[in-house]
Design a protein around this ligand. Structure first.
Ligand code: FAD
Length: 283
């Protein structure tokens, strides 16, 4: 189907975009890569009278680190994440994820900040480490920061008010001595995830603060590798720190099925076996 007629506006600055959104009210929508909005318009699910092109906003296309945060401009192409040296060297989960979004054609055009789908941010950026990231939103009243967890209150819904756009995604740098991976299982390239998982591993002399922070997220399996005595002391500490019992259930300490594992490889197998067992129990 052919979409209904619309005005096509090409502002050159963020303030112009915000001004146009304010001027045209709910009849206006911003256009990023167009992969989602144009098909929605063709199907008449969306009928904006004014399309405001934001792909020319160079200032919103950058990947940089500042104040302990990785800052990704909303118009940064998904493919730019893969090519970024900062992401390649410091954010392994994000790098893995970037390679699994859609297909290269979509990634070359779609910016990270396009917010058409409930799943886009969690899928694009799983929490790399505690605490999860946050997004910067800009509107007529200035900028505000919202935790990523709260950005999508419901399916196909964001907390963006009319006249606001998402301008930056901010992710805390992973702690030192840590690593991570993300895996998405899809039937064919470009499919939504049949299943997806992210794992973050930290090697820390002082593990308590890290675990405390992870347990404040929604992560459902948090593994602590250490002796039974250390695990007992850890649980007591976390209880004293006020971590609710329900969240403590997500802590597996010591992690892994008791396979008398000794070498790192054997311990990894015991942890995986525990995850498989939990999955089986859930299904
Ligand atoms: C075949 C296919 C497969 C895909 N697979 C995946 C996948 O595996 N994982 C995944 O995460 N995503 C996937 N996507 C989604 C894709 O990564 C993009 O996020 C999506 O297409 C939106 O980007 P766009 O540039 O097309 O946005 P557009 O279609 O231009 O815009 C989408 C909506 O977001 C709004 N919008 C855009 N930018 C902003 C902004 N800065 N602030 C506020 N609102 C904004 C627009 O007004 C519009 O309502 C897939 C898309 C396609 C077409």
């Amino acid at each position: 189907m052919i979409p209904p007629a619309f005005d096509y506006l090409t502002p050159q600055s963020l303030s112009e975009v915000i001004g146009l959104l304010h001027q045209h009210g709910p009849d206006a929508k911003v256009l990023a890569g167009g992969h989602s909005l144009i098909p929605a318009m063709r199907l008449r699910f969306a009928e904006p009278c004014h399309l405001i092109e934001i792909s020319g906003l160079e200032d919103l296309s950058c990947i940089r680190e500042a104040d302990g945060l990785l800052r990704i401009g909303a118009m940064t192409r998904e493919a730019d994440l893969e090519d970024s040296e900062i992401v390649q060297t410091g954010y392994p989960i994000l790098l893995d994820t970037a390679k699994m979004i859609a297909d290269p054609q979509v990634r070359n055009l779609a910016p990270v900040g396009a917010t058409s789908r409930t799943v886009i941010l969690p899928m694009t950026i799983p929490p790399p480490c505690p605490p999860c990231g946050q997004v910067e939103i800009t509107g007529q009243g200035g900028k505000r920061i919202v935790p990523i967890d709260e950005f999508f209150p419901d399916f196909f819904t964001t907390v963006l008010d009319h006249g606001e756009i998402l301008t930056e995604i901010q992710i805390p740098a992973p702690p030192p001595n840590s690593g991570g991976a993300y895996l998405k299982i899809e039937c064919k390239v470009g499919d939504d995830a049949g299943a997806a998982g992210a794992a973050q591993v930290s090697w820390d002399e002082d593990a308590e603060p890290t675990l405390q922070a992870v347990l404040q997220t929604h992560v459902s399996y948090v593994a602590f590798i250490g002796s039974k005595k250390q695990a007992r002391a850890l649980k007591e500490y976390l209880q004293q720190e006020g971590i609710p019992g329900k969240r403590l259930d997500a802590l597996y300490a010591p992690a892994g099925l008791d396979l008398h594992a000794k070498s790192p490889g054997e311990i990894a197998v015991s942890v995986l076996a525990e995850i498989v067992q939990l999955q089986a129990q859930l299904s």
